[in-house]
Design a protein around this ligand. Structure first.
Ligand SMILES: Cc1ncc(COP(=O)(O)O)c(C=O)c1O
Length: 379
């Protein structure tokens, strides 16, 4: 049996979700925009899912737009906020996911100015630095709530307070936090918030943007009346049903999941410290997702260690899986002040509710010898 410790890349789809999606594909295939019975049934399924997403995030149903995932939600938020504002300036951080960073680079090429506020050695943004970066023409503050590589959490409520004091909306890429921690968009002060189903045991290719801004963002994907003209294209009904159910399950199980994975994550970290010399944790141990542990194995090549673990049946990640295959050191770890060598020697372990203590112990039994071998090879 393989041991999957890469839940920040993606998660297994829950059986209940597969079943609900299959039933939708078989029987609920109507077009939600059609006014006949088949259409009405599909529409009802989409709206039920919207309610489930809204309930998990503590927002009104009308604030939720379905998208093809968090990448589209982030693009919609950034391009939309700029299109709907006279401001030509955005404040963000140096540890954003490419789905925020790349659209911002595209906007920069069109004359928008972007201030990227740095992080400290623990991966956290200093809210005072965000306050100092705000300008009269700032259209948006966009920050990753929980980092995909380190799991480090930002102080969203504080950032919202600072941004709102200057009349600037806050966008949170909450993709990694949803389903792992309570994410209450209102309490966090998020005007815009992105998420995706496949990080919380739902399907790939379905996500959402929460838009609490007034008057609301313009459409990014144009071409139809769907989603109240905010996002054109026939809805991915089965995916949306899967997303909704994944959110409902997450809401019910959130506390138990967090307790389970944080105990395993702590077991892993204690074991690594006890059995593997020269390991160092990357990122805050306090302000962090319950499931994520990013570790530097000093003097080891992370990609080689990853392959060695894979051969032993253990899946982990070096850097971000969304763009793995590259041996570039992690930009997130570099932004935290790590050297390229330290960044290349780092692995991300991201746990899920399906992992067990026996699996963690198996990984702890494997790692000392594997790390020693990989360290030996680079000498
Ligand atoms: C923080 C973060 N934002 C956005 C995304 C993109 O999500 P999606 O795969 O749904 O486009 C990911 C996924 O890797 C992520 O970790």
């Amino acid at each position: 049996m393989r041991i999957y410790l890469d839940h920040n890349a993606t998660t297994p789809v829950r059986t209940e979700v597969v079943e609900a999606m299959t039933a939708t594909l078989r029987e609920g295939w109507g077009n939600p925009s059609s006014t006949h019975g088949e259409g009405a049934a599909a529409r009802a399924a989409v709206e039920r899912a919207r309610g489930q997403v809204a309930a998990l995030l503590g927002v009104a149903e009308r604030a939720v737009w379905f998208t093809s995932g968090a990448t589209e939600a982030n693009n919609t938020a950034l391009h939309g906020a700029l299109a709907g504002s006279r401001g030509r300036h955005v404040v963000t951080s140096t540890v954003e996911h490419p789905s925020v960073d790349e659209p911002l680079r595209a906007l920069e090429a069109r004359g928008v100015t972007v201030t990227r506020v740095g992080v400290d050695g623990a991966g956290r943004v200093d809210p005072d630095a965000v306050a100092a970066a705000l300008r009269d023409d700032t259209a948006l503050v966009s920050v990753i709530l929980a980092n995909n590589e380190t799991g480090v959490l930002q102080d969203a409520a504080k950032l919202a307070e600072i941004a709102h004091a200057r009349g600037v909306p806050l966008h949170l890429d909450a993709t990694q936090a949803i389903g792992k921690l309570p994410v209450d968009a209102l309490a966090l002060g998020a005007d815009l918030l992105s998420g995706t189903a496949h990080k919380l045991n739902g399907p790939k290719g379905t996500g959402f943007l929460v838009d609490r801004s007034r008057p609301g963002l313009p459409a990014f994907v144009q071409g139809g009346p769907q989603e109240r003209r905010r996002r054109g294209g026939t809805e991915n009904t089965a995916g949306i049903v899967g997303l909704g159910l994944a959110c409902a399950l997450a809401q019910r199980e959130l506390e138990a999941r967090a307790r389970h994975v944080s105990a395993l994550r702590d077991r892993l970290w204690s074991g690594l410290q006890a059995y593997v010399p020269r390991v160092r944790r990357n990122g805050s141990a306090e302000h962090v997702l319950p499931n994520t542990l990013n570790v530097e194995f000093e003097g080891a090549a992370g990609d080689v260690l990853l392959d060695a673990l894979d051969l032993e049946g253990v899946a982990v990640s070096a850097g971000a899986a969304c763009h793995s295959g590259s041996i570039e050191p992690s930009a997130v770890l570099l932004a935290m002040g790590r050297t390229p060598e330290q960044a290349r020697g780092s692995l991300r372990f991201s746990l899920g509710p399906g992992n067990s203590a026996a699996e963690i112990d198996r990984v702890l039994a494997l790692l000392p010898a594997l790390v020693a071998r990989v360290r030996e090879a680079v000498r």
